[in-house]
Design a binder for this molecule. Structure first.
Ligand SMILES: CC(C)(COP(=O)(O)OP(=O)(O)OC[C@H]1O[C@@H](n2cnc3c(N)ncnc32)[C@H](O)[C@@H]1OP(=O)(O)O)[C@@H](O)C(=O)NCCC(=O)NCCS
Length: 162
């Protein structure tokens, strides 16, 4: 595992993505998953942005997007309320271990809470992501296909905070 990055953290703004930024976000997808610019990808990203699902981290100095998170709110009978499902979280490698991933996650959860969301779920196979989610209070359980799932019950969290 890499060590915490001690070089200066750039001033970062976390805000909703703009439809005009779909191509830039698609490039980050490529950097992460090696997904090509296949037909339809940018269109899907744009739709997600318009649905208010995507937040970006912008380097205030260069105006470059250095990370993004997508969270989808769905009605969830199991949680007995709306659930935020995190479908992606990415930070450019040179900006990692400076708290940017955590800040995007916290912002996404805070905004979802304002919309009445009661729980958060995410699935990952990546150790750094696993460590980040655990650090922020997520607990781990095993899915039907042995995948690692992580959940955060916001109602329990609220009780702890009080
Ligand atoms: C996972 C990811 C988003 C983390 O972003 P980040 O900005 O580096 O995360 P943070 O700096 O907020 O890290 C928060 C904590 O998570 C843990 N952590 C994150 N990356 C780690 C690593 N490489 N090694 C060990 N711990 C790590 C640490 O506890 C860290 O706190 P610390 O730096 O004070 O020790 C980033 O590594 C990434 O984009 N990875 C590729 C995409 C991916 O796997 N996404 C998850 C899909 S669900």
């Amino acid at each position: 595992m890499t060590k915490r990055n001690v070089t200066t953290t750039p001033a970062v703004l976390i805000r909703p993505a703009r439809p005009s930024e779909a191509s830039e976000i698609s490039l980050l997808f490529f950097e992460w998953q090696k997904f090509g610019e296949e037909r339809g990808r940018i269109k899907e990203i744009r739709k997600s942005i318009k649905a208010g699902q995507v937040l970006v981290s912008v380097n205030r100095k260069s105006n470059e997007i250095i990370g993004f998170i997508q969270g989808i709110i769905q009605n969830d009978p199991i949680s007995c309320g709306p659930l935020l499902y995190l479908s992606s979280l990415y930070v450019k490698p040179q900006f990692r271990r400076r708290g940017i991933g955590s800040k995007m996650l916290e912002t996404s959860i805070r905004k979802a809470k304002c919309k009445g969301v009661v729980a958060v779920e995410v699935a990952t196979a990546q150790k750094p992501a696993l460590l980040l989610y655990r650090k922020l209070g997520f607990t781990q359980f095993t899915g039907d296909f042995d995948e690692v799932l992580l959940g955060l019950d916001l109602r329990v969290q609220v009780k702890k905070e009080n």
